[in-house]
Structures are given as structure tokens and as C-alpha cells.
Design a protein around this ligand. Sequence first.
Ligand SMILES: [Zn+2]
Length: 249
Amino acid sequence: MALESTLAIVLKSFPYGDTSKIARCYTRDFGKLSIIAKGIKTSKTLQSGYLEPMNCLSLNFYYNPKRQLQIFSKAEFSQPLLSLKHDVKKLSYGFAVVELVDRTVTGEEPHAELFHFTEDVLEAMDKSEGHLNRLFWFFEMKLLSLLGFRPHLSNCPHCQGSMESAFFSLGYGELLCGNCSVGTGMQLSQQSVAVLKALKNGSLDNVGDISFGAAERREVGGFLQQYFSFHVEGLSEVRSLRVMESILA
Ligand SMILES: [Zn+2]
């Protein structure tokens, strides 16, 4: 069993017995790992607070590829998230980010680009002054593209015609132009398609500049949710956002 170190984002953690804790982490070098920190709650040297969701850590652990649970050694914060956990809206979006990573990434296959992007999004949400929703959509679009499910936004995948307004076909799981859709599925206005394109071509620094009204908010949010649930098994909704909506309602 070798002592390894990597960068990690805690996705989920729960108590194990009276004194220990298990955390599911997304790591830069080992993909998704489950780690047990034995006796951490009573230890004077190990700090239990590290293993909480959304924390970005430099993690040391004992690795045995044959075991399902790796053994925690120690950690420190790799980037401090100062406000993310003290604001109910930021907290909910932060939870939604780690929930999506947890539910879409499987196994120990590392993906450094997705890892660093997730870290950067959490950091941007931490510093955000009010465009959490755009940051989350931007995260969803990029995640879809890294998973290989980027939606067609410029040309219809069936007739290659231009996509001014579009329909999301639940039969095909794709956005189609008005001519190819057979009247079923969810319609996206020209403005909503433009918002999706801006998200697709945007960056973390300028995503806050994308503007849209209430109709686009409904359409784009609804489309991304339906698109995820079509392409990712078992993902009918992002639970963390549902919780936030019920708190704020
Ligand atoms: Zn078409």
C-alpha cells in the first residue's frame, strides 16, 4: 500500500461508526475515490472538517487499487472557499456542481481537464456577485461537452439547416430545427438558442455578461435539465437545486 498525494474535491461524506468518516472524492490523478478516515472525529491531529462536500484539498492517502476504500492520511485546503458555504444560494449551486460530477463521472479514470474545470467553477461561484445561475449553466454545457454529449446549436443534425429556433426531441435526444421536428418536444426560441451558443462559446470570465429574460431562463434551464436526464441514466433532476428552490420559494 503506497502513500499517494493528489488534488481532490470532496463530493460527499458521511459518518462511519461513532468516530470515522467516509468521503467520496473526485481526484485529479485517480478519478473518483472513496476514502475512509478512521477515528478522525476523535483525533487530535486529524481534522474532520476537511472531508466536507465542495472542499478542494491537497490529499494524502494510502492507496491500494484492489480495495474499494482508500485510507486517509492527511489533507490541507488547496484553495480556500471563503463565502461559498455561508450563502444559501451559493451553497446550493456548489452542491449542485459536486452532485452532477458525482452522478455523471464513474470509476477511477482520471480526467484532469474536468477536474480543474470543476475547481475553477467552485472558485468562480465562491467569488461571484450574482450570476450563479449562468455559472451553473456554463458548467452544465462544458460538462456535457466533456462527456461527449454536446448539443448541436449551429446546424440541424438531420437536414443541416440553420437552427434559429429549435426543438428538443425527446425521441432523438437532440436539438432539431423547426422543419425536422414533428411538433413534439420542447421548443426553444431564437433568443434561447443564442443564450446556449453564448454559454458554449463563453469562458468563466465573461459568462456573467450573457443577458436573458424570464422566458429564456425557463427554456434554457428546462432544456439543460431534460437534456441531462436523456443522456445520463438516472439523472431526472439535480436534487440540490430542487432543495434550493423549495427553500427560496
Ligand atoms: Zn432540420
